[in-house]
Design a binder for this molecule. Structure first.
Ligand SMILES: *Cc1c(COP(=O)(O)O)cnc(C)c1O
Length: 355
């Protein structure tokens, strides 16, 4: 039995994979593959509409927000955001690699004020207590920092439009969408295979595009064409819809959140208890999605052996990102409590062998 802790692309529910496999062979009993029909059929339009409706329902997206799906990954949004909205100056909070990349792109379009940064502590904590300047076009943050295992646990009150990258925590916990102007992310961490990006945008932002942008960059074109301005990534959108159906069937966001809290508490409790290991993220900023830890310094020499031991017990994808080292267990929605229990047992067995 494999326990899939991959950071992204990552685990998807087994029943969703089975439905996706079936749809590739015979979509809705049509005798045709989902991959071989026009996106402009009423059958695919139904998929698109249901994906959007379920997203709205599960995340409780208010009526004055639109949602669309587009290709290019979160990294394409790094430049779509400033291209559309950075007129003179934007405020960025730097919480690691993904915000650094977004800052680099924003600088192509205007002035960037980095109003807070976690760089000094190698991004092991979320900066707090900063002032959001009111003379900026928008505030930009990343909610969950996949590489460092830090997560902001508040929906910030911002006096200027708040644009947030939620690639790796979308639909893992409740969000007060009304506090954001734009929420976006790549879907491949928690919802779908790679290839589709979701964008949730407040209506008034559609009138705030500051320059003439190419058609594919302007959110209006995607919204007015029901995410079919060009050929959408049909397969990832189909899988995303099935994942949202799966979530809803289990009790929706509330149940996902309950499960994610339970899994994260169990694993962090073991990291804190076990003599061999320690967590790397500031306790109050610990991510529920990406849980990072390292060997205690006196046991550092055992790191490679623990990795091999974990592998022999079926753990997959627990090597930490090279910027943090150690270990990372990504515990997305589809990861079962049983997999976390298996990892905890593996850590306990390893401790018995060595401590
Ligand atoms: C993975 C990730 C990205 C990059 O996503 P792509 O779809 O590969 O461009 C951006 N932000 C966060 C928080 C991520 O975890």
């Amino acid at each position: 039995m494999k326990h899939n802790f991959n950071a992204g692309p990552s685990i998807l529910p087994q029943e969703v994979l089975e439905k996706a496999a079936q749809a590739i062979l015979d979509f809705n009993g049509s005798g045709l593959s989902l991959l071989s029909i026009s996106h402009r059929t009423k059958e695919f339009e139904a998929v698109m509409d249901e994906a959007k409706a379920l997203f709205r329902e599960l995340l409780e997206i208010p009526d004055n927000y639109q949602i669309y799906f587009v290709g290019g990954g979160a990294s394409t949004q790094f430049f779509h955001v400033p291209y559309n909205f950075l007129g003179t100056k934007a405020a960025y909070v730097n919480t690691g690699v993904w915000t650094k990349k977004a800052i680099k792109e924003a600088k192509l379009f205007g002035e960037v004020e980095v109003i807070a940064s976690g760089e000094e502590s190698n991004f092991s904590a979320i900066p707090k207590g900063y002032t959001i300047p009111t003379d900026c076009d928008y505030l930009y943050t990343c909610m969950n920092n996949t590489i460092y295992g830090t997560e902001s646990h508040t929906d910030i009150d911002s006096p200027i439009p708040h644009i947030c990258d939620m690639s790796s925590d979308i639909l893992s916990h409740p969000v007060d969408v009304s506090k954001y102007a734009v929420i976006y992310g790549g879907a491949q961490k928690n919802l779908a295979p790679a290839g589709v990006t979701f964008v949730i945008i407040r209506d008034d932002m559609l009138e705030k595009v500051v320059r003439n942008v190419p058609s594919m960059v302007n959110p209006k074109n995607h919204i007015e064409n029901n995410s079919m301005f060009n050929t959408p990534p049909v397969f990832p959108i189909y899988v995303l819809m099935e994942t949202l159906r799966w979530m809803k069937g289990l009790g929706g966001m509330k149940e996902m959140y309950r499960r994610n809290c339970e899994k994260a508490e169990l694993l962090y409790a073991e990291i804190d208890r076990n003599k061999l290991f320690r967590g790397t993220a500031a306790v109050e900023d610990r991510s529920r999605m990406n849980i990072c830890w390292v060997m205690e310094p006196e046991y550092e020499a055992l790191a490679g052996e623990f990795m091999e031991f974990a592998k022999s017990k079926g753990m997959v994808g627990i090597k930490g990102h090279r910027l943090v080292g150690g270990f990372r267990a990504s515990c997305y929605n589809a990861l079962s409590l049983e997999s976390v229990k298996a990892l905890v047992e593996c850590m306990q067995e390893f401790e018995k062998l060595h401590a």
